[in-house]
Design a protein around this ligand. Structure first.
Ligand SMILES: C[S@@+](CC[C@H](N)C(=O)[O-])C[C@H]1O[C@@H](n2cnc3c(N)ncnc32)[C@H](O)[C@@H]1O
Length: 411
């Protein structure tokens, strides 16, 4: 009989993997009627309930699976995830402890264990966990992990978590050391002078160096500034959050002109975070008609709110910066006289991004540049495409997801 039950479970797993959860659930249950301790049926039934959002049921079947087979890695790993999703982080931690005991080089188990420790605010232990998992990825075959690209992605994610924890622990010196250690691997262009400034900017703006690769976007932005240093005109940033990009831009201007104290630099921000997303920010059809949706947490109204006073404090060396607190486009001055050489648009959403383009494009000097940080956000991508088409200009996309377009240079 057991052989027939195993065959039934194998068949159910096949349809389960094709997404037919309800049908699979029916078969797993039938198997369990015949053998209530069939570990695979218990485990996959738990997984199927989890996938159909029935977390309590999922937990019950996975607990039973672990009871029957305390060394089942699959049952333990899934019970850990479901417990975590139910907010029972202590229980999840127990499962991960057992899992790493059974399989000490299981990178994902160490990664998830670190995430649970982080949620429990046991940051020193979480740090150790991420560090250990990173060392395991150095020998991906031994760690039983997939392709080089997958390993590199995983290493990047682990490093990001490690840096978040180090930031929360206030471990500045360790951040600097590790940042330098991993810069060759994570940054296509190593630039020690820029990186020193970047680390100072992170400190000044109380920002975590995570995601680590975000540094590449800032590096690219500074290169765009360098291209317009020979032009005259104002520089504006729309969307400053805590001021990190403005810190880097202003310090580069100071390096170029030691008397620079902020004159000619403008900051536009609500200082109340993101505005209301529109339909374009939530759904977007790409060329293959695939709907993409940014993480709903990312488009939350009010996200990235920072206080004007804190930004001024971080940029204290530049007291002549002009601040325009308020919602875009209302906060834009009506005057048509001002001219700009560089505008950094980093407001994430469709409508304010488009409003920025409409306001600044006719105000650019010849050769002036608009850099939009958010081409990897559906609404901003749409704003770039629509706007550039409407004014008949082309745009480039950086390897890090920023879009740039510029007016023709004078000859
Ligand atoms: C991703 S953050 C900018 C990050 C920043 N450039 C940095 O270096 O960290 C987005 C910013 O856009 C601002 N913002 C979003 N929508 C806005 C709107 N409609 N008007 C004004 N500011 C807005 C938010 O307050 C937030 O500071």
């Amino acid at each position: 009989m057991e052989h027939t039950l195993d065959q039934a479970v194998a068949y159910a797993k096949g349809i389960h993997q094709k997404g037919e959860c309800e049908k699979a659930i029916h078969i797993y249950r039938r198997v369990l009627e015949r053998n209530p301790e069939h570990v695979e049926a218990l485990t996959y039934l738990g997984v199927a309930y989890w996938q159909t959002n029935k977390l309590e049921k999922a937990k019950n079947f996975l607990e039973k699976a672990v009871q029957v087979a305390p060394r089942s890695q699959s049952a333990l790993a899934n019970l850990a995830s479901v417990s975590s999703a139910l907010g029972n982080h202590e229980k999840a931690l127990q499962c991960y402890d057992r899992l790493v005991h059974l399989r000490p080089k299981f990178v994902i188990a160490h990664y998830n264990r670190g995430m649970v420790l982080k949620r429990l605010n046991r940051l020193v232990e979480a740090k150790k966990c991420f560090l250990y998992a990173i060392t395991l990825t150095e020998n991906s075959c031994e760690a039983g992990f997939g392709t080089n690209a997958e390993t590199s992605k995983l290493r990047g994610e682990l490093l990001d978590e490690l840096f978040r924890v180090l930031h929360a622990l206030g471990a500045r010196a360790r951040i600097t050391d590790l940042f330098r250690q991993y810069s060759k691997e994570m940054f296509p262009i190593v630039d020690p002078e820029f990186d020193n400034r970047y680390l100072q900017g992170l400190d000044a703006t109380f920002t975590a160096p995570a995601p680590l690769r975000r540094r590449n976007r800032f590096h690219f932005l500074i290169k765009q500034l360098e291209n317009v240093l020979g032009l005259s005109g104002l520089i504006a940033e729309c969307g400053c959050f805590r001021g990190l990009s403005s810190y880097l831009l202003c310090h580069r201007l100071l390096q170029h002109d030691s008397s620079f104290t902020g004159a000619g630099y403008q900051i536009f921000d609500s200082f109340a975070g993101l505005s209301q997303p529109s339909e374009s920010d939530i759904f977007f059809l790409d060329e293959t008609d695939t709907v993409t949706r940014p993480d709903s947490n990312q488009v939350a109204v009010g996200k990235y709110a920072a206080k004007l006073e804190d930004v001024k404090h971080s940029l204290y060396q530049f007291p002549e910066i002009e601040y325009f607190p308020g919602w875009i486009p209302t906060a834009f001055p009506k005057s048509k006289k001002k001219r700009y050489r560089l505008v950094h648009v980093d407001v994430d959403l469709y409508q304010p991004t488009k409003d920025c383009f409409e306001y600044f494009w006719p105000r650019l000097v010849p050769g002036g540049v608009i850099v939009c940080d958010d081409y990897n956000w559906p609404g901003a991508e749409r704003a770039v495409k629509e706007f550039c088409q409407s004014v008949g200009t082309s745009y480039d996309v950086s390897p890090y997801g920023q879009a740039c377009f510029q007016t023709l240079r004078a000859v």
